[in-house]
Write a protein that binds this ligand. Structure first.
Ligand code: ATP
Ligand code: MG
Length: 303
Protein backbone atom coordinates (compact mmCIF):
# COMPACT_ATOMS: atom_id res chain seq x y z
CA UNK A 1 0.00 0.00 0.00
CA UNK A 2 1.30 3.48 -0.82
CA UNK A 3 2.26 5.62 2.15
CA UNK A 4 -0.63 7.85 3.22
CA UNK A 5 -0.32 11.58 2.93
CA UNK A 6 0.63 13.65 5.91
CA UNK A 7 -0.85 16.99 6.85
CA UNK A 8 1.52 19.77 5.93
CA UNK A 9 1.15 21.56 9.23
CA UNK A 10 1.71 19.90 12.54
CA UNK A 11 -0.10 20.79 15.68
CA UNK A 12 2.19 22.17 18.33
CA UNK A 13 0.85 20.27 21.29
CA UNK A 14 3.06 18.00 23.28
CA UNK A 15 3.58 14.37 22.42
CA UNK A 16 1.84 11.94 24.75
CA UNK A 17 5.16 10.57 25.94
CA UNK A 18 5.91 14.03 27.27
CA UNK A 19 3.57 12.97 30.03
CA UNK A 20 6.20 12.22 32.63
CA UNK A 21 7.61 8.74 32.47
CA UNK A 22 5.40 7.27 29.72
CA UNK A 23 7.33 5.75 26.83
CA UNK A 24 5.35 5.17 23.64
CA UNK A 25 6.85 2.81 21.09
CA UNK A 26 5.51 1.95 17.64
CA UNK A 27 6.41 -1.60 16.66
CA UNK A 28 6.52 -1.26 12.92
CA UNK A 29 7.74 -2.81 9.70
CA UNK A 30 5.55 -2.74 6.64
CA UNK A 31 6.84 -6.14 5.66
CA UNK A 32 4.30 -8.79 6.69
CA UNK A 33 4.97 -11.65 9.07
CA UNK A 34 8.25 -10.44 10.53
CA UNK A 35 7.21 -10.78 14.17
CA UNK A 36 5.63 -7.39 14.99
CA UNK A 37 2.67 -8.87 16.84
CA UNK A 38 4.69 -11.63 18.50
CA UNK A 39 7.15 -8.99 19.72
CA UNK A 40 4.38 -6.64 20.86
CA UNK A 41 2.56 -9.32 22.87
CA UNK A 42 5.62 -10.89 24.45
CA UNK A 43 7.50 -7.68 25.15
CA UNK A 44 4.32 -6.27 26.72
CA UNK A 45 3.86 -9.37 28.87
CA UNK A 46 7.51 -9.45 29.94
CA UNK A 47 7.46 -5.76 30.88
CA UNK A 48 4.22 -6.28 32.78
CA UNK A 49 5.80 -9.23 34.60
CA UNK A 50 8.54 -6.79 35.59
CA UNK A 51 5.78 -4.70 37.14
CA UNK A 52 5.61 -1.98 34.58
CA UNK A 53 2.19 -0.62 33.71
CA UNK A 54 1.72 -1.52 30.07
CA UNK A 55 -0.91 -0.58 27.50
CA UNK A 56 -0.95 -2.63 24.30
CA UNK A 57 -2.62 -0.87 21.38
CA UNK A 58 -3.66 -3.15 18.54
CA UNK A 59 -3.62 -1.12 15.33
CA UNK A 60 -4.10 -4.02 12.96
CA UNK A 61 -7.58 -4.90 11.61
CA UNK A 62 -6.43 -8.55 11.66
CA UNK A 63 -6.76 -8.32 15.46
CA UNK A 64 -4.00 -10.90 16.00
CA UNK A 65 -2.57 -8.96 18.92
CA UNK A 66 -6.03 -8.81 20.51
CA UNK A 67 -6.67 -12.55 20.15
CA UNK A 68 -3.12 -13.42 21.21
CA UNK A 69 -3.69 -11.40 24.38
CA UNK A 70 -6.71 -13.55 25.27
CA UNK A 71 -9.35 -11.02 24.21
CA UNK A 72 -11.99 -12.15 21.72
CA UNK A 73 -11.95 -9.63 18.88
CA UNK A 74 -15.50 -10.69 17.91
CA UNK A 75 -16.78 -9.81 21.35
CA UNK A 76 -15.48 -6.34 22.12
CA UNK A 77 -17.96 -3.50 22.58
CA UNK A 78 -15.50 -0.79 21.67
CA UNK A 79 -12.18 -0.84 19.95
CA UNK A 80 -9.37 1.36 18.73
CA UNK A 81 -11.62 2.16 15.76
CA UNK A 82 -14.05 4.01 18.05
CA UNK A 83 -11.13 5.87 19.60
CA UNK A 84 -9.74 6.96 16.22
CA UNK A 85 -13.20 8.15 15.19
CA UNK A 86 -13.47 10.06 18.48
CA UNK A 87 -16.56 8.07 19.41
CA UNK A 88 -15.09 7.26 22.83
CA UNK A 89 -12.00 7.98 24.93
CA UNK A 90 -9.18 5.43 25.24
CA UNK A 91 -10.20 4.50 28.78
CA UNK A 92 -13.70 3.45 27.64
CA UNK A 93 -12.37 1.02 25.02
CA UNK A 94 -9.50 -0.36 27.12
CA UNK A 95 -9.82 -3.87 28.54
CA UNK A 96 -7.68 -5.65 31.07
CA UNK A 97 -6.07 -8.61 29.27
CA UNK A 98 -5.96 -10.62 32.46
CA UNK A 99 -4.21 -13.67 31.07
CA UNK A 100 -1.45 -11.45 29.69
CA UNK A 101 -0.97 -8.99 32.57
CA UNK A 102 -1.49 -5.76 30.66
CA UNK A 103 -4.26 -3.50 29.39
CA UNK A 104 -5.27 -3.62 25.77
CA UNK A 105 -6.99 -1.28 23.39
CA UNK A 106 -8.33 -4.00 21.07
CA UNK A 107 -8.83 -4.07 17.31
CA UNK A 108 -10.99 -6.01 14.91
CA UNK A 109 -12.13 -5.84 11.29
CA UNK A 110 -13.98 -2.54 11.97
CA UNK A 111 -10.58 -0.90 11.73
CA UNK A 112 -10.43 -1.68 8.01
CA UNK A 113 -12.80 1.20 7.36
CA UNK A 114 -10.94 3.75 9.52
CA UNK A 115 -8.90 5.06 6.63
CA UNK A 116 -12.02 5.71 4.57
CA UNK A 117 -13.97 7.14 7.50
CA UNK A 118 -11.19 9.64 8.19
CA UNK A 119 -10.46 10.44 4.54
CA UNK A 120 -11.73 14.02 4.70
CA UNK A 121 -10.65 14.78 8.25
CA UNK A 122 -7.89 17.32 8.85
CA UNK A 123 -4.91 16.12 10.90
CA UNK A 124 -6.28 12.60 10.86
CA UNK A 125 -2.82 11.16 11.59
CA UNK A 126 -2.89 12.95 14.98
CA UNK A 127 -5.99 11.13 16.23
CA UNK A 128 -4.17 8.45 18.24
CA UNK A 129 -1.69 10.89 19.68
CA UNK A 130 -4.46 13.12 21.00
CA UNK A 131 -6.40 10.17 22.38
CA UNK A 132 -3.40 8.70 24.21
CA UNK A 133 -2.49 11.98 25.84
CA UNK A 134 -5.41 11.38 28.22
CA UNK A 135 -3.96 8.14 29.60
CA UNK A 136 -0.20 8.76 29.47
CA UNK A 137 0.02 9.17 33.25
CA UNK A 138 -1.58 5.76 33.82
CA UNK A 139 1.09 3.73 32.01
CA UNK A 140 4.86 3.37 32.00
CA UNK A 141 4.92 1.94 28.49
CA UNK A 142 2.51 2.01 25.57
CA UNK A 143 3.27 -0.43 22.75
CA UNK A 144 1.62 0.13 19.37
CA UNK A 145 1.35 -3.02 17.23
CA UNK A 146 1.27 -1.73 13.63
CA UNK A 147 -0.24 -3.42 10.58
CA UNK A 148 1.97 -4.46 7.64
CA UNK A 149 1.53 -1.24 5.67
CA UNK A 150 2.53 2.41 5.75
CA UNK A 151 -1.06 3.63 5.63
CA UNK A 152 -2.96 5.88 8.01
CA UNK A 153 -2.88 3.44 10.94
CA UNK A 154 0.92 3.18 10.94
CA UNK A 155 1.14 6.95 10.49
CA UNK A 156 -1.04 7.44 13.56
CA UNK A 157 1.31 5.14 15.47
CA UNK A 158 4.45 6.96 14.32
CA UNK A 159 2.98 10.37 15.14
CA UNK A 160 1.88 9.20 18.59
CA UNK A 161 5.15 7.45 19.39
CA UNK A 162 8.44 8.99 20.26
CA UNK A 163 10.23 5.86 19.15
CA UNK A 164 9.97 3.05 16.67
CA UNK A 165 11.07 -0.53 17.22
CA UNK A 166 11.62 -2.50 14.01
CA UNK A 167 11.41 -6.29 14.17
CA UNK A 168 13.39 -7.86 11.34
CA UNK A 169 13.25 -11.47 10.29
CA UNK A 170 16.73 -12.85 9.67
CA UNK A 171 16.06 -14.02 6.12
CA UNK A 172 16.52 -12.87 2.51
CA UNK A 173 15.18 -9.41 1.72
CA UNK A 174 15.10 -8.43 5.40
CA UNK A 175 16.23 -4.95 4.42
CA UNK A 176 13.78 -4.71 1.56
CA UNK A 177 11.24 -1.96 2.08
CA UNK A 178 13.27 -0.44 4.86
CA UNK A 179 13.95 2.68 2.82
CA UNK A 180 10.21 3.32 2.54
CA UNK A 181 9.83 2.90 6.30
CA UNK A 182 12.73 5.27 6.97
CA UNK A 183 11.33 7.83 4.54
CA UNK A 184 7.97 7.62 6.28
CA UNK A 185 9.64 8.13 9.66
CA UNK A 186 11.47 11.17 8.23
CA UNK A 187 8.21 12.61 6.88
CA UNK A 188 6.53 12.12 10.24
CA UNK A 189 9.53 13.80 11.88
CA UNK A 190 9.03 16.82 9.64
CA UNK A 191 5.29 16.81 10.27
CA UNK A 192 5.44 16.65 14.06
CA UNK A 193 8.51 18.83 14.05
CA UNK A 194 10.53 16.60 16.30
CA UNK A 195 12.62 13.52 15.73
CA UNK A 196 11.34 9.97 16.14
CA UNK A 197 14.12 7.81 17.46
CA UNK A 198 14.74 4.41 15.95
CA UNK A 199 14.43 2.81 19.35
CA UNK A 200 15.87 -0.43 18.16
CA UNK A 201 16.03 -3.16 15.59
CA UNK A 202 15.11 -6.62 16.84
CA UNK A 203 16.30 -9.73 15.08
CA UNK A 204 13.45 -12.26 15.03
CA UNK A 205 13.00 -15.90 13.99
CA UNK A 206 16.74 -16.39 14.13
CA UNK A 207 18.05 -19.87 13.41
CA UNK A 208 21.71 -20.19 14.44
CA UNK A 209 22.09 -23.35 12.32
CA UNK A 210 21.19 -21.43 9.22
CA UNK A 211 24.10 -19.54 7.67
CA UNK A 212 21.66 -17.14 6.03
CA UNK A 213 20.31 -16.11 9.44
CA UNK A 214 23.87 -15.40 10.55
CA UNK A 215 24.66 -13.45 7.39
CA UNK A 216 21.54 -11.29 7.62
CA UNK A 217 22.25 -10.68 11.30
CA UNK A 218 25.75 -9.44 10.44
CA UNK A 219 24.24 -7.24 7.72
CA UNK A 220 21.80 -5.70 10.20
CA UNK A 221 24.61 -4.99 12.66
CA UNK A 222 26.64 -3.33 9.91
CA UNK A 223 23.67 -1.22 8.86
CA UNK A 224 22.22 -0.24 12.24
CA UNK A 225 25.14 -0.64 14.67
CA UNK A 226 24.15 -0.04 18.30
CA UNK A 227 20.51 0.34 17.36
CA UNK A 228 20.35 -3.43 17.00
CA UNK A 229 19.23 -5.12 20.20
CA UNK A 230 21.80 -7.55 21.51
CA UNK A 231 18.99 -9.92 22.39
CA UNK A 232 18.14 -12.17 19.46
CA UNK A 233 14.72 -13.81 19.25
CA UNK A 234 15.19 -17.37 18.03
CA UNK A 235 12.80 -19.31 15.89
CA UNK A 236 10.82 -21.18 18.53
CA UNK A 237 7.65 -23.20 18.05
CA UNK A 238 6.32 -22.13 21.47
CA UNK A 239 6.09 -18.53 20.23
CA UNK A 240 3.92 -19.68 17.34
CA UNK A 241 1.73 -21.89 19.55
CA UNK A 242 1.04 -19.52 22.45
CA UNK A 243 -1.38 -17.18 20.58
CA UNK A 244 -3.84 -20.01 19.97
CA UNK A 245 -4.19 -20.27 23.77
CA UNK A 246 -4.60 -16.49 24.06
CA UNK A 247 -1.57 -16.16 26.33
CA UNK A 248 1.93 -14.76 25.96
CA UNK A 249 4.67 -17.38 25.75
CA UNK A 250 5.80 -16.51 29.28
CA UNK A 251 2.62 -18.13 30.64
CA UNK A 252 2.55 -20.92 28.08
CA UNK A 253 6.08 -22.25 28.45
CA UNK A 254 8.23 -19.99 30.55
CA UNK A 255 11.31 -22.18 30.10
CA UNK A 256 11.16 -22.02 26.31
CA UNK A 257 13.85 -20.18 24.38
CA UNK A 258 11.16 -17.78 23.11
CA UNK A 259 10.02 -16.83 26.62
CA UNK A 260 13.61 -16.34 27.76
CA UNK A 261 14.42 -14.20 24.73
CA UNK A 262 11.49 -11.83 25.31
CA UNK A 263 12.33 -11.50 29.01
CA UNK A 264 15.88 -10.60 27.97
CA UNK A 265 14.52 -8.17 25.39
CA UNK A 266 12.38 -6.51 28.08
CA UNK A 267 15.42 -6.18 30.37
CA UNK A 268 17.42 -4.63 27.55
CA UNK A 269 14.49 -2.33 26.75
CA UNK A 270 14.42 -1.12 30.35
CA UNK A 271 18.19 -0.55 30.34
CA UNK A 272 17.70 1.62 27.27
CA UNK A 273 14.97 3.59 29.08
CA UNK A 274 16.32 4.50 32.50
CA UNK A 275 13.45 6.98 32.93
CA UNK A 276 10.98 4.15 33.45
CA UNK A 277 12.92 2.65 36.27
CA UNK A 278 16.05 0.82 37.17
CA UNK A 279 15.94 -2.94 36.97
CA UNK A 280 15.35 -3.41 40.63
CA UNK A 281 12.07 -5.24 40.24
CA UNK A 282 12.08 -8.95 40.48
CA UNK A 283 10.03 -10.75 37.87
CA UNK A 284 6.72 -11.57 39.45
CA UNK A 285 6.70 -15.10 38.08
CA UNK A 286 10.12 -15.81 39.61
CA UNK A 287 8.85 -15.11 43.09
CA UNK A 288 5.73 -17.08 42.36
CA UNK A 289 7.08 -20.00 40.41
CA UNK A 290 4.59 -22.58 41.61
CA UNK A 291 1.57 -20.40 41.45
CA UNK A 292 0.52 -19.08 38.09
CA UNK A 293 -2.94 -18.08 39.27
CA UNK A 294 -5.52 -18.36 36.54
CA UNK A 295 -2.86 -18.64 33.85
CA UNK A 296 -2.70 -21.90 31.96
CA UNK A 297 0.75 -23.40 31.74
CA UNK A 298 0.61 -26.59 29.66
CA UNK A 299 3.41 -29.10 30.00
CA UNK A 300 6.15 -28.39 27.52
CA UNK A 301 7.02 -31.10 25.03
CA UNK A 302 9.33 -29.54 22.52
CA UNK A 303 11.27 -26.44 23.39
N1 ATP B 1 10.45 -16.28 16.84
C1 ATP B 1 9.49 -16.98 16.25
N2 ATP B 1 9.57 -18.31 16.14
C2 ATP B 1 8.59 -19.03 15.54
N3 ATP B 1 7.49 -18.49 15.01
C3 ATP B 1 7.35 -17.14 15.09
C4 ATP B 1 8.32 -16.32 15.73
N4 ATP B 1 7.91 -15.04 15.64
C5 ATP B 1 6.73 -15.06 15.01
N5 ATP B 1 6.38 -16.31 14.66
C6 ATP B 1 5.20 -16.72 13.90
O1 ATP B 1 5.32 -16.16 12.61
C7 ATP B 1 4.06 -15.65 12.16
C8 ATP B 1 4.17 -14.15 11.92
O2 ATP B 1 4.47 -13.52 13.15
P1 ATP B 1 3.70 -12.19 13.60
O3 ATP B 1 2.23 -12.34 13.44
O4 ATP B 1 4.21 -11.80 14.92
O5 ATP B 1 4.25 -11.19 12.49
P2 ATP B 1 3.69 -9.76 12.10
O6 ATP B 1 4.83 -8.97 11.61
O7 ATP B 1 2.89 -9.19 13.20
O8 ATP B 1 2.71 -10.14 10.91
P3 ATP B 1 1.70 -9.12 10.15
O9 ATP B 1 2.59 -8.31 9.26
O10 ATP B 1 0.74 -10.02 9.42
O11 ATP B 1 1.05 -8.28 11.21
C9 ATP B 1 3.06 -16.01 13.24
O12 ATP B 1 2.44 -17.21 12.91
C10 ATP B 1 3.90 -16.17 14.49
O13 ATP B 1 3.33 -17.06 15.42
MG1 MG C 1 0.93 -8.40 13.21
Amino acid sequence: MAPANLSTHASNDTRPEDVQGCVIVAIANQKGGVGKTTTSINLAASLAAMRRRVLFVDLDPQGNGTMGSGVDKYDVDRSVYDVLLEQCPVADATISAESAGYDILPANADLTSAELALADVDHREFRLKHALSAVGDQYDIVLLDCPPSLGLLTLNALVAAGEVMIPMQCEYYALEGLTALMETVARVDASVNTEIAIEGVVRTMYDPRNSLSREVSTQLLAHFGDQVYRTIVPRNVRLAEAPSYGIPVLYYDRASSGARAYLALASEFLRRHPAIGELTHKIETDTDSNNTGSKTVPEPEDR
